[in-house]
Design a binder for this molecule. Structure first.
Ligand code: GAR
Length: 224
């Protein structure tokens, strides 16, 4: 009888920048009992610090440099070829700053998540911290959502809030939000690897039930 344990779900992470979320995911995945394995890290920028973090962690990396492609379709085609090579069960966008084509997104439907620095549906796109300040919001935060054709518009799985203080700037707010990101993304990755979250037509199933509101990360407590 073959008593080998079942292979862990394969996670591929795409990043463009400093990769602090990547680091949080690497650290979480190294804790005994984490139900997934990071198999590769891809970047569209050859100089991204995220690549260095991945190399430090002895992870396989690849670069698909968007400046070398004449169209989004060509870039996405090359990126998809790299992704397929690693046969992932889950693709995590961790500060991956490229708009993806519809075909690309459809091909990975239900298996690709993104972390976005706002309480979606508020502030899709860029400059979310400044926009929250300009609007006079008292609360801001981060969302993890399934990626669908609509930019930052896929069903939200989980959110964490931060309070906006009178002396906050876009930078101080970004820092507060990132602290929550580093807690939230590994938790959601874990849920996915455990088979607890699935994408329905335009909703999330959590443990087989319709998720009516995003899961919340309360204050600094970690939810499981
Ligand atoms: C994160 O704050 C993430 O939420 C944001 O980019 C940052 C990447 O930081 N993503 C987006 O804005 C996507 N629309 P990191 O490279 O240190 O993880």
């Amino acid at each position: 009888m073959n008593s080998d344990p079942a292979p862990l779900p394969r996670i591929l992470i795409l990043a463009s920048g400093s990769g602090t979320n990547l680091q949080a995911l690497i650290d979480a995945s190294r804790v005994r009992g984490f139900p997934g394995q990071i198999v590769a890290v891809g970047c569209n920028r050859p100089n991204a610090f995220a690549l260095e973090r991945a190399a430090q962690a002895h992870l396989e990396t690849f670069v698909v440099d968007h400046t070398k492609y004449g169209s989004r379709e060509e870039f996405d085609g090359a990126l998809m070829a790299e992704i397929r090579r690693h046969n992932p069960d889950l693709v995590l966008l961790a500060g991956f700053m490229r708009i993806l084509t519809t075909d690309f997104v459809r091909a990975l439907r239900g298996t690709m998540l993104n972390i976005h620095p706002s309480l979606l549906p508020r502030y899709t796109g860029l400059n979310t911290h400044q926009r929250a300040l300009d609007a006079g919001d008292k609360v801001h935060g981060v969302s993890v959502h399934f990626v669908t054709e609509e930019l930052d518009g896929g069903p939200v799985i989980a959110q964490a809030e931060v309070t906006i203080d009178p002396d906050d700037t876009a930078d101080s707010l970004a820092e507060k939000v990132q602290q929550k990101e580093h807690l939230l993304y590994p938790i959601v990755a874990r849920w996915f690897c455990e088979g607890r979250i699935q994408l329905g037509s335009d909703y999330v199933l959590f443990d087989g039930e319709l998720l009516r509101q995003p899961m919340r990360l309360p204050d600094d407590r970690v939810v499981h």
